[in-house]
Design a protein. Structure first.
Lengths: 322, 526
């Protein structure tokens, strides 16, 4: 964190500022690890990292979708509700086996994404308003689906998603890695990815260039919902229970934070996939470090807020530099 | 001319002396003198960027002048913010009514100064009675309890006007008040303006519609490039003279000629590639027909607000049409779909390059291939090799100056950005290229290059429609010119008729052909 303060002190050093904007999040991770190496016992161990990675997976997957949405100059507040809905659907269909249940859970989540996308792209509702309404309504629907009850899930195949490992690496972490790879390819190597950042860069210009703006926007919100649904499934598997009333609560805030400190500007036009991964990891490591030092959770939240402010300040600095 | 006026005219209400305003080094207004007298209706004229809106904003306290002084009733005055100007009796009516749409008519009229009863609460009954009485003085009868938005736009404007006047306005500034009004509503507006003038209220009227200006304005101030180029009685000017003043044309400049880089132009031959019939959209264009042949540049002439940009937008699928048809190579093109227009081979270079053209955060490469991307991809995956091949061709051919194709497009000069835009469309192999102000805001060198390129593309068989507010660009760049006025085709100029004089006469809708006058007469008037 000391590097960030030095940047604040020396704002005239343009190159330092640019460096921090681009690599600040990685630097912060490195420094945090260094700190823990010396001051936190049992932190730099494989077991600890396995735990940290398992814990970061839901936020990370949700943040991937959030990065896509933010890249189009949008925002998705309904991701927590989508997680709740997918969690609520799992116990209803787990009798058909884990895969059919998971597919149905993702499809249910995608419906919320479709509703978001339709309102935003076709009707022209502001993303924050549209997704706020589904943040509220979505969780309500999830509770209706679940009959407002916590249900335990005991299908061993399904629970393996939460607990199983390959060569010591948890399934959920592997799945997250695959999703990171897919999203990175989508953003950097496909027509769709270019169209996405073009819309975020200038929606009007994208429309006048004949891009299928509405279709891309709807698809983006569906993708964000699909990713959130997967996060909901993983969370359910980890808890061995579907808890639609609390799963994914406030996760939209963590996801947005991860995206922003990862270097994706809220004004759209860019998607930093690797940065988003690093952002999610940084949040997780900060929380873990504070816990290991018995700092109350409240401080962890305050720290998050400070980091958001610093990240946004750095982005603003970028605009000034231009 | 102004001196003659002042002897007979009443005292000035609002004056500006030597007013200047500079934005980041660019002078928007320079040494502007402006006088408005009680009961006067003054037309404020000028083309895009002449400084009209800046002057209005200075007069209404939105901007503070960097130099010069304003006088209100002969006393020095300055307005730190819009409210100050309003308190001083200066009201503005915009084309967009800026009142509260959900509140009632009465509430809007008395917003911020509601009558109170003895408990300090709003006295609704008195408010409604007063509102009704106020509107009745202008012969406007409307239920004042209705929410403002339920009224027709013209009526909303009347309410805004009544509100302005009831706040004891001495000056009412109207910025394009009629742009979305029906003919009948315009009549009502003019009637109200007449009443206001008889009460000694001064009107500043801004409009692109010549008919309106000449119908209701008494005097005129013409701005060009931030300076006042003319002050005087409107009756002393012909329409052509007024337009000449706005555009800064002089006989000498016209005679010199050859100021653009266009080479020889010729009319296209054979069947038209694009046929537009009866293109119409309420308040914007009506019944526009065009035929464009391969290999020709057709100029679309017209003043601001004549419908020239709207016509291009209609053909490019950017604007939904109420009526009319567009066919390309005999095939009907669906209206209101950019994708359909592009597929048919009709592409448009938008007027506002920064907001509607480039994607600022993307590289030159990404900007060039943006529209062609699906064609340069396999199964949705982009192919860098295919992109580079096409980007390389166009960067060389259009001489785009940049460090590399990876450079972010917003770092380029305006001229190079424009070339990137042209490259984006050429990569689509279009049949018809619609150019809206292709050389606006780019430096002289790039301008010549773009003009030469337009020539070259036409020679290669592309059909081009050119819109430009620079007369010489239209005249020298086009084989023929279709002149629009008030949203319809006024005239078509061909061959030897394609001259600045003919074009100017057509722009203002003067029926007689200047050719019937002796050249000396024309020079006289310009």
């Amino acid at each position: 964190m000391s590097t960030v303060t030095s940047a604040v002190r020396l704002p005239q050093k343009g190159s330092a500022l640019v460096f921090l904007q681009r690599y600040g999040v990685y630097l912060a991770i490195a420094l945090l690890l260094l700190f823990n190496l010396f001051f936190t016992p049992n932190f730099m161990t494989i077991d600890n990292f396995r735990v940290q990675f398992i814990q970061v997976v839901p936020v990370l997957i949700v943040a991937l979708g959030m990065a896509l949405v933010i890249g189009t100059e949008g925002i998705d507040l309904s991701v927590g509700a989508v997680m709740a809905l997918s969690a609520a659907v799992i116990p209803l269909y787990i009798g058909y086996g884990p895969l059919p249940a998971a597919i149905l859970a993702v499809l249910a989540g995608c419906l919320i994404g479709l509703a978001n996308g339709t309102m935003i792209a076709l009707i022209g509702v502001q993303p924050i308003v549209a997704t706020l309404s589904l943040m509220v309504a979505g969780r309500g629907i999830a509770l209706l689906v679940a009959d407002e009850q916590l249900k335990s899930v005991i299908d061993p195949g399904f629970l393996a998603l939460g607990r199983g490992t390959i060569a010591g690496v948890p399934y959920s972490v592997l799945l997250a890695l695959v999703l990171v790879g897919l999203v990175a390819v989508l953003v950097n190597r496909t027509t769709f990815g270019k169209q996405l950042v073009s819309i975020g860069g200038s929606r009007r210009a994208a429309e006048l260039a004949g891009l299928p703006v509405k279709r891309v926007l709807i698809t983006i919100y569906i993708l964000a919902a699909a990713l959130a649904s997967i996060a909901g499934i993983i969370q359910t598997a980890r808890l061995s229970a579907s808890v639609p009333s609390t799963v994914g609560n406030l996760i939209e805030l963590s996801a947005i934070t991860a995206v922003v400190i990862g270097g994706t500007p809220l004004s759209g036009g860019q998607v930093k996939v690797l940065g988003t991964v690093a952002g999610a990891l940084l949040l997780q490591l900060i929380a873990a470090s504070l816990i290991k030092h018995n700092v109350p959770d409240a401080y962890s939240q305050i720290t998050q807020a400070v980091i958001i402010l610093l990240a946004v300040y750095l982005q603003r600095g970028k605009a000034v530099l231009k | 001319m102004t001196d003659q006026l002042s002897t007979a005219a009443p005292a000035p209400v609002l004056e500006a002396r030597g007013v200047g305003k500079t934005f980041t080094g660019v002078a928007a207004l320079q040494g502007v003198d402006f006088t408005l007298r009680a009961g006067e209706s003054l037309a404020l004229m000028g083309e895009n960027g002449a400084g009209k809106s800046t002057l209005i904003k200075v007069l209404t306290g939105v901007y503070q002048p960097d130099e010069g002084q304003m006088f209100l009733h002969g006393e020095p005055a300055s307005f730190a913010k819009p409210v100050d100007a309003q308190h001083a009796g200066i009201s503005t009516i915009y084309q967009e009514v800026n009142l509260v749409p959900l509140m009632t008519v009465a509430q809007n009229i008395f917003l911020g100064r509601e009558p109170r009863n003895r408990f300090g609460l709003i006295d609704f009954r008195k408010m409604q009675e007063d509102a009704r009485a106020l509107l009745a003085t202008y012969d406007i009868h409307v239920d004042v309890r209705r929410p403002l938005r339920s009224l027709a736009l013209g009526m909303q404007q009347m309410v805004a006007l009544a509100r302005a006047v009831s706040i004891d306005a001495r000056v009412v500034i109207m910025d394009e008040p009629t742009s979305s009004l029906e003919a009948r509503e315009v009549e009502t507006l003019f009637r109200v303006i007449g009443m206001l003038r008889s009460q000694g209220i001064a009107i500043v009227y801004v409009s692109h519609r010549m008919d309106e200006i000449f119908a209701i304005c008494e005097t005129v101030t013409v701005l060009r490039d931030g300076k006042v180029v003319h002050n005087g009685r409107l009756a002393d000017l012909s329409r052509v003279e007024l337009v000449a003043l706005m555009l800064g044309r002089s006989v000498e400049k016209v005679k010199r000629g050859g100021v653009t880089a266009f080479g020889e132009v010729k009319e296209g031959e054979g069947e038209p590639v694009l046929t537009a019939r009866d293109l119409s959209r309420k308040h914007q264009i009506s019944g526009i027909g065009l035929d464009i042949r391969p290999g020709e540049v057709v100029g679309l002439g017209g003043l601001l607000g004549s419908g020239r940009s709207e016509t291009l937008k209609a053909m490019a699928g950017v604007m939904q049409l109420d009526e009319g048809s567009l066919t390309v190579d005999g095939k009907r093109v669906r209206s209101g779909s950019v994708a359909a227009a592009i597929k048919a081979g009709v592409v448009m270079l938008p007027e506002d390059r920064k907001a509607e053209g480039i994607i600022p955060n993307l590289s030159i490469r990404d900007n060039i291939v943006l529209a062609a991307l699906p064609r340069l991809s396999r199964a949705g995956f982009t192919s860098r090799a295919k992109q580079d091949a096409i980007v390389d061709v166009f960067m060389k051919r259009l001489r785009i100056k940049a460090a590399s194709p990876n450079q972010v497009v917003s770092e380029l000069s305006g001229g190079n950005q424009q070339k990137v835009m042209i490259a984006r469309w050429l990569a689509m192999n279009p049949k018809v290229l619609l150019l809206d102000e292709p050389t606006r805001g780019i430096d002289v060198g790039a301008k010549a290059e773009v003009q030469a390129l337009i020539n070259e593309l036409a020679d290669e068989g592309l059909a081009i429609v050119l819109v430009s507010s620079e007369l010489e660009e239209v005249v020298e760049g086009s084989a023929r010119v279709v002149v629009l006025r008030d949203g319809s085709v006024e005239r078509e100029l061909r061959g030897s008729e394609v001259t600045e004089q003919h074009l100017m006469a057509a722009l203002v809708g003067e029926n007689h052909s200047p050719a019937e006058e002796s050249p000396a007469e024309i020079k006289e008037r310009l």
